[in-house]
Write a protein that binds this ligand. Structure first.
Ligand code: FES
Length: 253
């Protein structure tokens, strides 16, 4: 994990309450792995001086850019959404543990994302494709207004969109369209805890990785605000430091 100064180079609203920002990082002395998050200090003397964990949707280590995507869910993310191109941001990059991209001996991967759990899977999909791994993605959103990155994912492999209200794609939940994972070497999922529970239940016994979205405090392992019990009943893991990515069977949701 490294502290870096970043400049907001580009910003666009990509779906309801959802923003994509491109940050130019002064010195990218650590290259984040897919699933790691950026911990961004928000506010300058304002009420929202805490850092917020924000998903990384892409990294360009040559151009020194990070693409982040977040949904406005409170005062901090609302303030971040109002940053303007040229503003400077204080960012911790390379936070937490990401997906084990380098150590996978698989030919096909199934990616299952829900809502704001979708962005880290895009960076993951790109890295998997670089290694010749075939990628199929199932992306769930509340409504058509919330859908983003369908085209981006479709350039990397098969993609199926699910909306809860059926206003776009398949109506229902991602678990309604999950194929037999025996067709894949492993699955990778990120999204709300309810979705992760349903996915891991449905794919029980299959090799998979989950990334847990959780409201964090310090984000660096110091405050114990983000703990999750481990499956053997012997203690806990910190989502911000030991995760947010875990083996599917490692923790109890
Ligand atoms: Fe403080 Fe995880 S947020 S220990």
């Amino acid at each position: 994990m490294k502290k870096a100064q970043a400049v907001l180079a580009d910003k666009r609203k990509i779906a309801k309450d959802t923003y994509e920002m491109e940050l130019t990082v002064e010195e990218m002395n650590v290259i984040p792995t897919p699933g790691q998050f950026a911990h961004i200090r928000i506010g300058n003397g304002s009420a929202h001086m805490l850092r917020r964990p924000i998903s990384i949707a892409d990294v360009d280590p040559i151009q020194n850019t990070l693409t982040i995507i977040f949904k406005v869910i409170g005062g901090g993310t609302n303030e971040l959404s109002h940053c303007q191109v040229g503003d400077e941001l204080d960012v911790l990059i390379g936070c937490g543990q990401g997906y084990p991209v380098e150590d996978l001996a698989i030919q096909k991967a199934l990616l299952i994302g829900g809502g704001i759990g979708v962005p880290p899977l895009y960076y993951l999909a790109k890295r998997l494709r670089e290694q010749g791994i075939e990628v199929t993605s199932i992306l769930g959103f509340q409504t058509k207004e919330h859908v983003f990155y369908e085209k981006e994912f479709s350039l990397l492999g098969g993609v199926q969109i699910v909306t809860n209200d059926g206003s776009y794609g398949h109506k229902g939940f991602v678990t309604d369209v999950v194929p037999p994972v025996s067709d894949f070497g492993s699955y990778f999922t990120c999204g709300p805890t309810g979705m992760l529970k349903a996915v891991t239940h449905q794919l029980k016994g299959q090799k998979g990785y989950i990334s847990i979205e959780e409201r964090m405090g310090c984000g660096i392992g110091a405050c114990y605000a983000c703990v999750v019990p481990i499956a053997d009943g012997e203690g806990f893991r910190k989502i911000c430091k030991d995760g947010p990515v875990f083996k599917a069977e490692e923790v109890v949701l």
